[in-house]
Design a binder for this molecule. Structure first.
Ligand code: PHE
Length: 465
């Protein structure tokens, strides 16, 4: 697995691969990074499960004020022995010569060591050497510590340590928390391929973070929805499964129309739609078909359930139920067609669809709305082309120029609902309608020439757009 590491992480890993256990301070030294950078780097590596931090405490010893004096000039008992080396001295002499400080300690320790003897004479109490004063363990310890700081563990003679600790200001004992950093097994294998330069490249690329994001197709859907809302439209919804009645018959699509054939439409097996329309609606639609298309309209054919092939079923149902005098409505959602999947066709895709109903609405208004919609999407090179739908007259097709492909792409279909559609359902105002595929628009937006890319879950592409 390849991973992207920050320069700081690389240096820490590299150093720990060479020397397995290090404190942050040691790492700072070996990597030439500041202690703050080291702390940050350790934390990143720890979160990635690449480094471990073991905390332990360490007791250290250094000399205090009296200890330093003893290191330089000897312990008071040693000073005392110097004073009486040649001739015995009285208590008073010694007290003044030792200038009082440490006098009691000097006597007590020299006695304890068996170095002196004390005799009461006529001229006062005399102190004289009893035994040659050999170097004591305490003296050895003071020399060993010297002016540095050592770990308590290094001291072998614990008794000497105990005695010195009991004497005032000889030793400073402190407890330090230390962190030992090690790499986890995973990290010891990592090849950081560190450059030889010890300098930190402040312009190096930061690790890329791919935060969660919405799918580009979802972004397009949201954008389109927002444009229609801004243009004063309200959204309606429809079910994905529909009776053939609303998907086809109500839209004046004859029962032998090729679009209704099995190779174009997904039918739901063994389900018959009941009560999807009123008896008047069924009677009037049936009449419209028989009279105008001249064939024998069958109820059973209209009861077949389908996966909706367009969103126009939602539109026509809304019109039949609400019969509004004035409205701006849109509907958006998934539709299904039994197509061979290719670079421009999917079996499931999304459509947007809208209607305007009101007084004095003309085809020109419809074209104006289309132009405005495309403009908001940044598409300005458009033209209208005559086409055919069973339910609109006249019928137009919008074409948009795709600069990248260098060709005209068919986008929305539109027209004015025929009276053969509206009259049977009791709608007597002219209805402007249009609709089309959203993936096509998204393809233009993302400059794709294969619609399947939206569903490929290609992370590289998804991250790049
Ligand atoms: N339903 C048509 C289609 O699926 C689009 C359309 C909607 C055409 C409304 C005219 C009116 O392509």
């Amino acid at each position: 697995m390849s991973q992207i590491f920050h320069e700081i992480e690389k240096k820490i890993i590299n150093s720990l691969q060479k020397k397995l256990e290090q404190t942050p301070e040691q790492l700072s030294e070996s990597t030439e990074l500041s202690i703050d950078q080291i702390r940050r780097g350790i934390e990143w590596l720890r979160l990635k499960g690449l480094a471990q931090v073991n905390e332990s405490s360490k007791v250290t010893i250094s000399l205090g004020k009296n200890g330093i004096d003893a290191f330089k000039n000897g312990l008071p008992e040693r000073k005392l022995m110097e004073l009486i080396k040649d001739t015995p001295k009285t208590f008073d002499d010694v007290r003044t010569m030792l200038s009082g400080v440490g006098f009691n300690a000097a006597i007590a320790n020299a006695k304890k060591n068996g170095w002196i003897k004390i005799d009461k004479t006529d001229s006062g109490t005399k102190i004289s050497t009893k035994e040659k004063p050999v170097e004591t363990p305490e003296e050895k310890l003071i020399l060993f510590i010297g002016e540095g700081t050592i770990s308590e563990k290094q001291i072998e003679n614990k008794l000497a340590l105990k005695f010195l600790l009991e004497r005032p200001d000889y030793l400073i004992q402190s407890t330090q928390k230390i962190k030992i950093i090690t790499l986890t097994e995973k990290a010891s294998q990592i090849d950081t391929t560190l450059s030889d330069s010890g300098a930190i490249d402040v312009e190096a690329d930061a690790a890329l973070v791919y935060a969660a994001r919405t799918h580009p197709l979802k972004d397009t859907i949201d954008e389109i929805r927002e444009i229609f809302v801004k243009l004063g439209f309200s959204e309606i919804q429809g079910a994905l499964t529909q009776s053939s009645f609303w998907n086809f018959d109500a839209l004046f699509t004859p029962q032998d129309h090729p679009a209704r054939e099995l190779q174009d439409t997904f039918y739901i097996e063994n389900v018959k739609s009941e009560n999807h329309a009123s008896s008047t609606q069924i009677k009037e639609v049936s009449k419209s078909h028989s009279q105008n298309w001249h064939y024998d309209w069958k109820l059973s054919e209209s009861q077949k359930m389908v996966l909706r092939t367009h969103t126009t079923c939602a539109t026509i149902r809304y019109l039949a139920e609400q019969k509004p005098d004035q409205a701006r409505i849109f509907s958006l959602g998934r539709v299904f067609r039994n197509e061979k999947v290719s670079y421009k066709h999917l079996v499931e895709f999304n459509q947007i669809e809208g209607i305007v109903i009101g007084n004095n609405t003309t085809l020109r208004d419809l074209m104006g709305i289309q132009k405005e919609f495309y403009k908001q999407l940044g598409l300005t090179k458009i033209k209208f082309w005559p086409t055919f739908f069973p339910y609109t007259e006249p019928s137009l097709q919008t074409m948009v120029y795709n600069e990248k492909l260098g060709k005209w792409i068919e986008l929305f279909g539109m027209g004015i609902f025929r009276s053969e559609v509206t009259k049977p359902l009791g709608i007597d105002k002219p209805v402007l309608a249009w609709g089309g595929g959203i993936e096509r628009i998204a393809m233009l937006k993302y400059e794709l020439d294969d619609v399947r890319e939206f569903y490929n879950n290609n992370l590289n592409w998804l991250r790049s757009v």
